[in-house]
Design a binder for this molecule. Structure first.
Ligand code: ADP
Ligand code: CIR
Length: 346
C-alpha cells in the first residue's frame, strides 16, 4: 500500500460519506495515527479511495478504530444514522414487542423476508485487521458454538475452501451465500487469504444461516419465503440469544454491536423483503419518496451494489444505530405496508 502523504482528491462523481467528511483538518489530525493492532488511516479509507462510487467508503480494523479515528468516523456515523456522540444505543430483541402482521398474506407482492445481524468476537480484531491465524480461531470458535444448537436451528457447516465451484455459485444465486471478489471488501483488506477461514452454516430448511468471516466475523441470518416478518424475527432472536451464551461479542454502550462498516453499528440489523412492485417501480421518484419517508433503503435483487431484476426490489431498514431491533423491523413493516398500499392504487 502506498503511504498516504497528501489529502486525497475525490473525483466530482464521488458522493461517499468519506469524501464529505475527510477534510484537510481531519486528514492532518489522523494521518499519523494507528491503533494497537497497527491499523492506520490508509487502511481505514482505502476502500473509499479505490471505489469512488462507495456510499460510505471507510472500514474499522478494530473497536479502537472508532476512538482513534473518531474525527472521521463520528461525522460519518452521524450522517448515516442521525446519531450523535451524546446519544445512547439501546437494544430490544423481544418478539412479543413487535407488532407486525404479515403485510401480504395472499403472497401477491412479497417474495421472501430476511433479517440478518452482524457480530464480531470481542477478543480479536475486525476483518480488515485480522491475521490468517486469528481468522481461523474465529472459525473454530463459531463452529463449536453452532454445533450446540438444537432442534430446528441445528445444522451443518460448509467451509468455502474445497467447496465445488458450481455448488458455491448456486448458493450465491439462491441468496444463501455471500459472493466472492467484492471490490469494496477487497480494498478494505477483507478478502485476504481467501477462501481460508470462510464458510456457511445452515439448518436443513435453510431458514437459519451463519456466514463466517465475510465483512464481519458472523452474519446471522433468518429467512423464509413470504411476508411473515414476525416469524423471521422470532427465529433470529432465539438463535442470537443462544449463540450469545457461547460467544463473547464486541459491543459498547455508545455504539452497540461493533462492526467493520460504520453503517452496521448498533443493532447491526438489516431486515429486508424481496418485493414485486411492477407499477410503483415504473414511477421511481414516487417509489424513492416513500422509501425516504420510511427511512428504507432500496437495493437490487442480488444485494448491495446490484441491479434490480424486473420489478423486484430488496427493501430494508436504513438505520441500525440509535434504534432497537424491534424498531428496525417495525420501520420495515410500516414502510412495506405503505409501498403495497401505494402499489394497489395504480
Ligand atoms: P447484507 O444483507 O449482509 O447487507 P447483501 O445486501 O449483499 O448483504 O445481501 C446478501 C444476500 O442476501 C444477497 O444474495 C441478497 O439478494 C440476499 N437477500 C437480501 N434480502 C433478501 C430477502 N428478503 N430474501 C431473499 N434474499 C435476500
Ligand atoms: C460502500 O461504502 O458503498 C461500501 N463499503 C458498503 C457500505 C455499506 N452499505 C450500507 O448501506 N450499509
Amino acid at each position: 500500500m502506498n503511504k498516504l502523504n497528501e489529502l486525497p482528491i475525490f473525483t466530482d462523481g464521488s458522493d461517499s460519506l468519506l469524501s464529505k467528511h475527510l477534510t484537510k483538518a481531519v486528514f492532518a489530525e489522523l494521518r499519523g495515527k494507528q491503533t494497537r493492532n497497527g491499523f492506520d488511516l490508509q487502511q481505514a479509507i482505502n476502500s473509499g479511495l479505490k471505489n469512488p462510487d462507495s456510499s460510505i467508503g471507510v472500514y474499522a480494523g478494530d473497536k479502537a478504530s472508532y476512538n482513534t479515528f473518531a474525527a472521521l468516523f463520528d461525522p460519518i456515523i452521524e450522517s448515516y444514522h442521525g446519531f450523535i456522540k451524546t446519544d445512547k444505543h439501546q437494544s430490544n430483541f423481544e418478539p412479543n414487542d413487535l407488532d407486525a402482521l404479515n403485510p401480504d398474506p395472499d403472497n401477491n407482492y412479497i417474495i421472501s423476508t430476511r433479517i440478518r445481524v452482524a457480530r464480531n468476537l470481542s477478543a480479536l480484531p475486525l476483518g480488515p485487521a485480522i491475521s490468517a491465524r486469528q481468522r481461523k480461531i474465529v472459525e473454530r470458535l463459531v463452529i463449536v458454538a453452532l454445533s450446540k444448537l438444537q432442534g430446528k436451528l441445528a445444522g451443518t457447516y460448509y467451509p468455502l475452501q474445497g467447496m465445488i465451484g458450481a455448488v458455491r455459485l448456486k448458493l450465491v444465486e439462491d441468496h444463501f451465500l455471500f459472493k466472492a471478489g467484492d471490490r469494496f471488501l477487497e480494498a478494505a483488506g477483507l478478502n485476504r487469504d481467501w477462501p481460508e477461514g470462510r464458510g456457511l452454516f445452515h439448518n436443513d430448511e435453510k431458514t437459519f444461516l451463519v456466514w463466517i468471516n465475510e465483512e464481519d466475523q458472523l452474519r446471522m441470518i433468518s429467512m423464509q419465503m413470504g411476508g411473515d416478518i414476525k416469524a423471521v424475527f422470532s427465529r433470529l432472536s432465539i438463535a442470537v440469544a443462544e449463540l450469545e451464551t457461547a460467544l463473547m461479542f464486541s459491543k459498547s454502550d455508545h455504539l452497540g454491536y461493533i462492526t467493520s462498516c460504520p453503517s452496521n453499528l448498533g443493532t447491526a440489523m438489516r431486515a429486508s423483503v424481496h418485493i414485486k412492485l411492477p407499477r410503483l417501480s415504473k414511477n421511481m421518484p414516487e417509489f424513492e419518496k416513500i422509501a425516504k419517508q420510511y427511512q428504507l433503503q432500496i437495493r437490487g435483487i442480488h444485494g448491495e451494489h446490484s441491479e434490480s431484476q424486473g420489478s423486484t426490489y430488496d427493501i430494508s431498514n436504513r438505520r441500525r444505530l440509535g434504534v432497537t431491533e424491534v424498531e428496525c423491523v417495525q420501520a420495515l413493516h410500516a414502510g412495506v405496508l405503505a409501498l403495497i398500499n401505494r402499489e394497489k392504487l395504480f
